[in-house]
Write a protein that binds this ligand. Structure first.
Ligand code: PLP
Length: 396
């Protein structure tokens, strides 16, 4: 029996293969230090768990509207809008089972076959997968490494735009490199979107994972709200990765289409989880504890990485990822493929991490090798132990 040819275009999150390798190594009796997956081992705040149990007890176990329950849509419109100094109505919000579904549904709503879509690479791998699966042309843009982290390669990005470019995918607070745009960088991006009449997907999955200062959104730049869909998720902010709750927030015509897609695909997002979230959205205590824990882990991971001879990394102000350049280590080890480094680190140091190759197809002319550490699923003591083990391996 033949399967759809279009499936050849569907990518995946290859980080899950790293989990499998780490799991196999652990099953052989080894203690693995897991820095590979951006999952969170901090419990979901108790008030959300209680509200969810109450919602089930109250009988909210049936179907609900495809776009989400009106109370949650209104609460999210207020929450997302007020944090971005923007005004949204409930009708601007489509509730989703997580942030991830927003990517494919947004593209289905705005992209036609053959349209070019700019997307960050290295970046969240589902962008490339969904663009190509839905018959768009994926046009990567990259970042330039600086002392303080990473800046968008604005020259490359602007010169990639042509009359076929329809969409820009932008991930401020970036996975995997932790990049955070200055207001000026965001304005340059907005200027390009306005000049070339582009739709923008602003992936703001890490908007609330900020260690200092207030986050900013491209939707808040004049002229941008009406062409931007925000990807929102409860996964990171409330340590709810497995609950699956997120939203698309944007202009009414796109949100109406996304609601229709919801009805076609999953009917609705889990009803009692939506009920639980209505009150939890206002909670700051739970997210504050999560953030404090993540900050301690970030500081421990940054200090330990910088103690390795040949590695230097700046502390990102947002996300829970570190993306160090490992050119020196590759040279010391005589390696040419960063995946070899990943395999050896697991066996020699019991440390698992992803590499740049897990975040979109590497583009021609890339000269640097990077690996990615997620510190959201590993406690400070294990961060220190794991990094000490990695130091011994990297320095030998
Ligand atoms: C940049 C980015 N966007 C979107 C998502 C999707 O998150 P979720 O589907 O868990 O809400 C993730 C998850 O890791 C991410 O890193």
């Amino acid at each position: 029996m033949k399967l759809s040819k279009q499936l050849e275009k569907l990518g995946t999150e290859t980080a899950f293969a790293v989990s499998a390798a780490a799991g196999e190594w652990a099953a052989k009796g080894n203690k693995v230090y897991p820095f590979h997956l951006g999952d969170i081992n901090i419990p979901t705040p108790g008030n959300i768990v209680e509200a969810m149990q109450k919602a089930i007890g109250d009988g909210h176990t049936g179907y609900c509207p495809g776009g989400g329950i009106p109370e949650l849509r209104a609460a999210m419109a207020h929450d997302v809008g007020s944090k971005r100094q923007l005004s949204y109505e409930a009708e601007n919000v489509s509730i989703q089972p997580g942030g991830k579904p927003v990517i494919g549904k947004f593209l289905s709503a705005v992209m036609n076959p053959g349209d070019e879509v700019l997307y960050p690479n290295p970046g969240y791998p589902i962008y490339e997968s969904q663009i190509e699966f839905q018959r768009g042309i994926a046009i990567p843009y990259g970042y330039i490494e600086t002392e303080a982290g990473f800046d968008l390669d604005m020259d490359a990005l602007s010169s990639a735009i042509n009359e076929k470019t329809r969409v820009l995918i932008y991930n401020n607070f970036q996975n995997p490199n932790g990049a955070q745009s200055s207001r000026q960088e965001m304005e340059q991006l907005a200027e390009l979107a306005l000049k070339h009449d582009l739709w923008v997907l602003s992936d703001e999955a890490y908007f609330e994972i900020q260690y200092s200062g207030k986050p900013d959104s491209i939707a808040n730049i004049p002229g941008m709200q009406e062409r931007t869909v925000i990807l929102y998720t409860c996964s990171k902010r409330f340590a709810m990765t497995g609950w699956r709750l997120g939203a698309a927030i944007g202009p009414r015509p796109v949100i109406d289409i996304i609601n229709k897609l919801n009805t076609n695909i999953e009917s609705c997002t889990t009803h009692f989880i939506q009920r639980a979230m209505v009150e939890a959205l206002e909670d700051t205590e739970g997210p504050d504890i999560i953030l404090k824990t993540l900050r301690e882990r970030r500081d421990a991971a940054v200090a330990a990485l910088n103690a390795i001879d040949g590695v230097s990394v700046a502390a990102p102000n947002s996300t829970f990822y570190l993306f160090p350049n490992v050119n020196n280590i590759m040279e010391r080890k005589g390696l040419t493929d960063v995946d070899q480094l990943m395999h050896q680190a697991l066996v020699e140091a019991n440390v698992s991490f992803c590499t740049r190759k897990h975040f979109g197809r590497p583009t021609a002319n890339e000269k640097n090798d990077y690996i990615r550490f997620a510190y959201s699923g590993i406690e400070v003591e294990d961060i220190q132990e794991g990094m000490a083990s990695l130091k011994r391996y990297f320095e030998s």
